[in-house]
Design a protein around this ligand. Structure first.
Ligand SMILES: C[S@@+](CC[C@H](N)C(=O)[O-])C[C@H]1O[C@@H](n2cnc3c(N)ncnc32)[C@H](O)[C@@H]1O
Length: 201
């Protein structure tokens, strides 16, 4: 995982991901994995470079014989990076689609429902209408009892997203503050995976 990143950036990224893994593991196991799952399907929306693919695989692999993680974003360069890092193997299939996440119902590859829709650093602040459409689109792609999981960079954006997603009919299961969230150097109000929320439909 060293595509144009310095050693320090790689080390920092690994620490962020390890922190995220430690918080997500109990949230997912308590809320999803209390049943037999021969296949688990994850939709990683607005995934960018999908840095979290490895920890999603680590968290979910013990619970299933076959894991399928599909990333969706509109940025080609980030998707190319994701494709070059995350390769499918016998237990896990990775796909990265250049698609608009506001229109998931129009994408043939996504017609089967998902166990989890995941959005790391959702971006409600950057366009509330677009993000409401993305949340709605995601909720409509979930299995019954499926989970929508978001993380947010800053407090206000998280609160707005919680409200919007509940207005769309989802139930908030839990929201937690990451105690070790790393502050972003040039944006002191923001920090990495500062909040994590889990919803059920
Ligand atoms: C704040 S970034 C988060 C990226 C990545 N999840 C992360 O944590 O680093 C927001 C992402 O949303 C993507 N995005 C914005 N609008 C989108 C849309 N309509 N469909 C799919 N992705 C979109 C952007 O391209 C960007 O990668």
């Amino acid at each position: 995982m060293n595509f144009s990143r310095t050693n320090l950036e790689i080390e920092t990224l690994q620490e962020d991901l390890s922190q995220l893994q430690s918080l997500l593991t109990p949230l997912i196991s308590q809320n999803l994995l209390n049943r037999e799952n021969e296949h688990i399907r994850i939709l990683n929306l607005a995934c960018g470079r999908a840095d979290e693919s490895g920890i999603l695989k680590k968290i979910l692999q013990p619970y299933t014989q076959h894991l399928h993680i599909t990333g969706v974003d509109i940025r080609d360069r980030e998707l190319d990076t994701a494709r070059s890092i995350w390769r499918s193997d016998d237990s896990t299939q990775f796909d990265f689609l250049h698609q608009d996440a506001t229109k998931l119902d129009e994408i043939a590859q996504l017609s089967a429902p998902f166990d989890i829709a995941f959005m790391r650093h959702q971006n409600y602040w950057n366009g509330d209408l677009t993000w409401k459409r993305i949340y709605d689109s995601a909720l409509h792609r979930l299995k019954s009892q499926g989970l929508l999981i978001i993380t947010s960079y800053f407090d206000r954006e998280h609160i707005l997203a919680l409200t919007a997603i509940q207005q769309l009919g989802a139930t908030l299961v839990t929201t937690i503050r990451n105690p070790s969230s790393r502050t972003i150097n040039d944006a002191p109000d923001k920090s990495v995976d500062r909040h994590i929320a889990v919803f059920k439909i």
